[in-house]
Design a binder for this molecule. Sequence first.
Ligand code: SF4
Length: 153
Amino acid sequence: MLSVNVILILCSACLIGIKCNYKGEDNLSLKVLKLLENEVLIPVCPEQLGGLPTPRESSEIVGDGYMVLDGKAKVLTCSGRDVTSNFVRGAEETLKIARIYGIRSAIFKQGSPSCGSGKVYNGTFSKRLVIGDGVTTALLKRNGIKVVSEEEI
Ligand code: SF4
């Protein structure tokens, strides 16, 4: 673990302007960007870390992130391709980064099948949100890392 005197926070890379979302665009949040004045944010994109290309097909969980981690649900693209293993790998790699830096909290993009915290799309590609966490958020929370969405800061 890196020994530093500042508190590091993990964040969804798309929230600070990195064009890593499925459309090859960002999800810039000025609220998150402003945090950089006083905090050190470590940007991650779990879907890229899981080996998916950018741009890529949109994906949704049929269930929630905890069910995916437990092998009880899948992540499918809008054309029906099973990308569950990419999402699990991306979650594991993100957790690895958090551990390397001793990170205890994260600000993640709401609604994402990876980063969603409290809400995810319901698996029907009909823009309907349901209560649940994305795959990476679920793994981080299971490992004691606090995750909030950009809507909560
Ligand atoms: S996986 Fe997370 S960081 Fe990557 S584009 Fe989706 S919401 Fe943003």
